[in-house]
Design a protein around this ligand. Sequence first.
Ligand code: BGC
Length: 821
Amino acid sequence: MSDTVSRRSALWLLGGAVTVAAAATGWSAVPAHASGHRVAALLSRLTLDEKLTLLHGADDPHSLGQAGYLPGVPRLGIPPLRLADGPAGVRVARHATALPAPVMLASAFDPALAREYGEVIGREGRALGQDVLLSPMVNRIRTPYAGRNFETFSEDPLLAADLVAEEVRGIQGQGLIATVKHFALNNQEKDRMSIDVRADEQTLHEAELRGFEAAVGARAGAVMGAYNKVNGTFACENASLLTGVLRDAWGFEGWVMTDWFAAHSTAAAIGAGLDMEMPNDAYFGEALKRAVRDGSVPEALVDRSVRRVLSVMDRFGLLDGGAPPRPARDAAAGARTALKVAKAGATLLRNEDRALPLTGAAARSLAVIGPTGALPFVSGGGSAHVVPDRADSPLDAITARAGEGARVRYALGEDLFGRALPATAVSPGADFEGQHVAAGATWTYDGTLTVAEADEWTLVIHYSGRERPVVLLDGTDLFPLAPGYGEYFAGGLVSAAPDGLAVRRATLRLAAGPHTLKITAKGGADGQLFRLRRITGATRAADVAEAVRVARAAASVVLFVYEDATEGADRTTLALPGHQNALVDAVAAVNSRTTVVLNTSSSTTMPWLERTAAVLQMYYPGQEGAAATAAVLFGDCDPGGRLTQSFPVSDDRHPVAGDARRYPGVDGVEEYSEGIHLGYRWYDAEGVEPLFPFGHGLSYTTFAYDDLDVRAEHGGLVVGFTVRNTGRRTGIEVAQVYVGPSPELRLDQVERALAGYRRLELDPGDSRRVTVRIAPRSLSSWDAVRHGWVLGTGRRRVEVGASARDLRLTGYGEVRVADRR
Ligand code: BGC
């Protein structure tokens, strides 16, 4: 017989979390009753116009380059609020610590590290003049194509929830208000502004909402509504989410803002529970004022939202007449944490015959290949892109670490930025390597590009300024502007040249002979620098030949490959972009000691896998990525990361493959028809073998698991086991505990769910007894009939191991409803 946890007892479960979280968050300095008085007093003195300035964004007269601004009400001592992205560091127009991407943080399976990461961003945000951080992002990784998978944590809800809660505590502990985003189901970029994401109630709660709930439990000050619709209604005016779930079920006390330009209505939105429109006033400015005046929105609703904003500001000491002092930046501390996270999240996917760490001859004769071997891949594109304090080249870091006497040779392998056009190819001649267009002027070119032999060409433009030059080849616009807001976002690395100019590419087959070429470049306000370059089949072949030559002459190869993901666009394939697969094949064919280093956002297919010696996933490793990569390659530290998402074998063997309704959606509707079976749960349910499973990652040493012991405790389970380092090096293990379904629940259940984990560092020969407590929530399912969590009672399978597919111990525990007396 199963026990049903009612709605009230579901809240009771949550209640425990809230109490613990509140105690652990340092910014409750203002006692609630005092705060209530102050806020009420302010509210009574605010005019309607003043109230509205607290509910929508405005232009910042003293912008620091952040995303959003509210002017405050100086007359009453309500200060302005500056709101900055984002998930991998503070995004303003100044330098900041560029931390590794959140997916890399998550790979460490270490909530304490998430707190430290949050603390760095919290302090920097305050130091850089900000009050609100537009982070963390906690949407599930659902589709491997999603452009923002690097910005969020995991396909697993428990891991994401643990990390988001600690990161929020870290950020807010420094006095910066955290905004958990994007509520909810913003799991793909394709059509993100309009797509209607349909998920049933059980799926919504089990797969997506847990991280948001944890952020609320950690007292995040703000929530950002998603662009998309959820079950037919835009997320930013979705009463069942913004009021039913967020306020009524979870007791959220902060404010809800829109994503940027995600408001769609006035009365419906504020009525549903939206408090703030960003970054402008299309619906919550004059329109809201009119609605209050004509009675279609009661002023009490405006007051409710203002109260929420002011209450959070008060909690953070911003209404005390003179905001808390801002700390100085501590760039050195930020860099230390960035390095620590990049090492901790480095995930070694493959290591044949101990190819890594590099030692002996392999460490003294090295070929470094790939554009991102020389140019550091710091962060992904879009609003998570940070202006880094600095970033070294991996080549330099590897050369320095290899030391004197070592021979390190570099080859580009794949050209990202193009070569100068041969003077003979264009007529009349012009300076295509540095055309300066004066401010206010327009430069036009009208001539001919002559191609000697039919070939694939990539034409590459580099330009400064905001206005993209127009290039017409045979009358076709090669670089048309992407529609709408999407244009604002481009990738992180490959869309900017090393000297900072914007870069765009167009690849086409050109017939031999003349082609008309017309260019218009405008100087705009500041003048424009313009280049036109090219990559051809012939230059490509020369780059690969050079890489092969350098690889052949070296004892071992470190081959850097990249994939440039960004907000605003999904990937169209899981393969590496450009001709990188062919490059890996060519290099691995001549040097069997080839290590591939991945600077990629999410899962990647690897048709060349079997021909490589090692594969190291470094994601977007932040500003200290070069040092971290070198440290892992040479074995100065153990690769500490484990996959937080399953990697599929191919584009047609993953949870959203082969069903357009699942992804990318049909007629504007995307369906979570896999239900609760996201990520590894889908691979288990369908019996599909992934390329690499969730939780996978190799150490340089080996571990044994023994002595499993499972017992019941307060509605949960206590799992004990022993992990022993059986190798010859100190190493990191992430021991993972998975639970199987309840035999007594008549709800859809997953075959295996992560219920706990422990990151361990063990010296050779040492063993550790590990105790993992599994909370009732991790043993519960969401009952859509009763609208609450149901404890999955009875005999539950418990598996312990090193990944979702490397399970070393199996036991059983009897789950019983706790005696609450
Ligand atoms: C993104 C948000 C971001 C906001 C402000 C939006 O396009 O979706 O995550 O915080 O822009 O930059």
